[in-house]
Write a protein that binds this ligand. Structure first.
Ligand code: B12
Ligand code: SF4
Length: 547
């Protein structure tokens, strides 16, 4: 923060989050079916935080390309242009950086990909921020504003003390275009998964915000008009003692305000061992938790050091405990471990069906730079840069078998019958879940009217029919969904409006995995993206070879 006596120049700063390719996470094909004008599922919390870290004297403009196109001409007026991005966004980051590098602005880059592969951005920007930047970013802006010299590379010496972070500036984003807000409570994770870069970037000692900070952020989210918020932690329960102390403040805030926010987060499977923690989460209005299960195969979990998933009870029992507590589980799975052979795909499908987890992301193992996996595969001579989907040589199958096996598994998992069947089993098979959900529904002041729900359903139904017609499958689609509706009506699992909403979600996964499967294998389904980026002047050419 600025403390000196020299007058600061007022800087105009533009921060850009590049668009994502369609993926499981983005639910891009469901968005246009929802009422309103939704263009992205989750808000890019990094932009609102980076804005919040700066003194109000500066002008900050945020552009989320998932929501609005970038007008490159209009960027001429800015003193600083910052671009963030994770690995899947890197090709688009390069395109944006090439567009802006001849503008008068100082061009800076940061984010999860710069944290693990800074040399990728050599020649593409003036300044790179490696890893956390909560101190270095405002210091850099202060230096620029004073006309003092700045560095070409910043890396914080100390991890950020989360309790010092300012509130995010949600008001700078076009909030009406998002389904869900995001806040971050903690950074870091105590576990040791071999493929994970979180512990490389953020460390193994989880650092947390204070209860007061969390409540203030939730209040900001509520005031920005959201009813859903994701706590985008790597592992929300990384420090169980701290989270148990924090949750009562959220519970009090929710009670006092009529439960305005439904919450979701990511956590590890050992959540199931802690009934007290699950109960606190449900009281705080957490509805959904994403869990990295990765594999039903114990050998693969051992290999990747995801030991928390094989300790104690079976994974299926643990998932039952989480469901019984009232939480819906979504989950991530990985194929391509050394212990995986071609039977793994069916094992994954069977496990997911048995666990009745409706929304699952199944992806290929990726060797991210700086991770122990990357070092091991490098030492074994198994890293490659010649394949769009897979950046290493698998042990027990070819890369084609791996990519195709994954695509087939996804197709099976996202037929309407399979997806809606898992949803129905999830909501009907647990007495505990039903009771908890009834209590949650009774306490929430949704403010919604029957007419409002009918109008929303009408919009979803109409837009879904239109989307199916565009794909030339209106009649087939109606039959597909009506067949499932009759099944769920027989067990009275859900109302018609809820069913229609689930159809919209399913349509996304169906389109992604069935109608455009080949295309998606090349783009969004895996996290590698195009193996090479053809840069105009060759600067970024072959940068993908670094991964
Ligand atoms: C929320 C989230 C998402 C959201 C993003 C929503 C959005 N609109 O941004 C969604 C759900 C879409 C998502 C999807 C995926 N994600 Co994600 N996601 C996260 C998560 C949990 C939090 C991101 C966040 O908001 N962090 C909070 C901000 C404040 O932290 P930060 O981004 O690190 O920013 C700090 C610094 O990096 C720096 N900084 C960042 N940008 C910039 C820019 C400038 C100019 C400056 C100066 C500084 C700076 O300053 C910040 C403050 O210190 C992270 C994990 C994590 N801890 O970051 C994973 C993470 C980013 N995701 C990851 C992955 C792999 C994915 C998927 C590919 C998963 C998959 N297997 O499918 C998909 C992408 C799917 C696709 N579309 O193809 C990886 C990225 C790996 C990498 N190093 O690039 C991460 C790190 C988690 C992990 N290791 O698995 N994700
Ligand atoms: S549990 Fe998740 S965040 Fe923690 S080390 Fe493993 S993959 Fe990374």
């Amino acid at each position: 923060m600025y403390t000196g006596g020299i007058p600061l120049k007022r800087l105009s700063i533009c921060l850009i989050a590049p668009k994502f390719e369609p993926s499981y996470w983005g639910r891009e094909y469901a968005l246009p079916l929802l009422p309103g004008d939704k263009r992205a599922w989750t808000m890019p919390g990094v932009l609102t935080l980076l804005a919040g870290l700066l003194p109000a004297t500066h002008e900050v403009v945020l552009i989320d390309e998932s929501v609005e196109a970038i007008d490159f001409e209009a960027l001429r007026r800015f003193d600083v242009i910052g671009v963030t991005g994770q690995i899947v966004q890197r090709a688009r980051m390069v395109e944006i950086l090439e567009h802006v590098r001849d503008l008068p602005a100082t061009v800076v880059v940061g984010g999860p990909y710069a944290a693990i592969n800074e040399k990728f951005f050599a020649g593409l920007c003036d300044v790179v921020f490696v890893g956390e930047a909560d101190q270095t970013w405002p210091d850099f802006i202060e230096a620029l504003a004073q006309g003092a010299p700045v560095e070409a590379r910043y890396e914080q010496k100390e991890p950020t003390d989360m309790s010092t972070l300012p509130p995010s500036r949600f008001e700078l984003l076009k909030t009406k275009h998002y389904v869900s807000a995001s806040i971050q409570y903690s950074r870091g994770c105590p576990f040791t998964c071999e493929f994970c870069d979180i512990i490389v970037i953020f460390g193994r000692r989880p650092r947390v915000k204070t209860p007061e900070q969390v409540v203030a952020e939730l209040e900001g989210v509520r005031q920005a008009g959201f009813s859903v918020c994701v706590v985008v932690d790597d592992n929300f329960i990384g420090n169980k003692v701290a989270v148990k102390k924090m949750l009562p403040a959220v519970i009090k805030w929710q009670e006092e305000n009529g439960y305005p926010l439904s919450l979701a987060t990511e956590a590890t499977l050992n959540l199931a061992d802690d009934p007290e923690l699950m109960d606190l989460m449900v009281q705080a209005n957490f509805r959904e938790v994403f869990i990295g299960i990765e594999s039903p195969r114990a050998e693969s979990l051992k290999e990747t050091k995801k030991l928390q998933n094989i300790r104690g009870e079976s994974m299926l029992s643990k998932l039952d405990h989480i469901r019984d507590a009232g939480l819906v589980t979504s989950a991530g799975f990985i194929v391509g471990f050394d212990n995986d052979d071609t039977r793994i795909f069916q094992e994954q499908v069977q496990f997911i069906e048995a666990a009745s987890i409706a929304q699952v992301s199944v992806g290929l193992l990726v060797a991210l730079p700086k991770t122990p996996l990357y070092d091991r595969l490098g030492a074994e001579g198994r890293l490659t840069d010649d394949n769009d989907a897979c950046n290493f040589v698998p042990k027990q199958m070819s890369r084609e078998e791996l990519v195709d096996g994954c695509a087939d598994a996804l197709r099976e998992l996202y037929s309407a019958e399979a997806f809606l069947g898992r949803v129905v089993r999830n909501v009907t098979s647990s007495e505990g879940f039903r009771e908890k959900r009834a209590a949650m529904a009774a306490r929430a002041d949704t403010g919604g009217s029957v007419i409002g729900a009918l109008v929303s359903s009408g919009i979803i139904g109409f837009r879904l029919a239109r989307a199916m017609a565009r794909e030339g499958m209106l009649w087939r689609g109606i039959q597909m969904y009506m067949r499932e509706y009759r099944k769920q009506r027989a067990v009275k699992a859900m109302s018609f409006p809820v069913f229609l909403y689930l159809c919209a979600l399913h349509w996304h996964h169906y389109r992604q995995t069935h109608l455009y499967a080949r295309d998606n294998t090349e783009r969004g389904m895996n996290i590698i993206g195009p193996a090479r980026v053809e840069a105009k002047e060759g600067v970024a050419k072959n940068h993908m070879a670094d991964v």
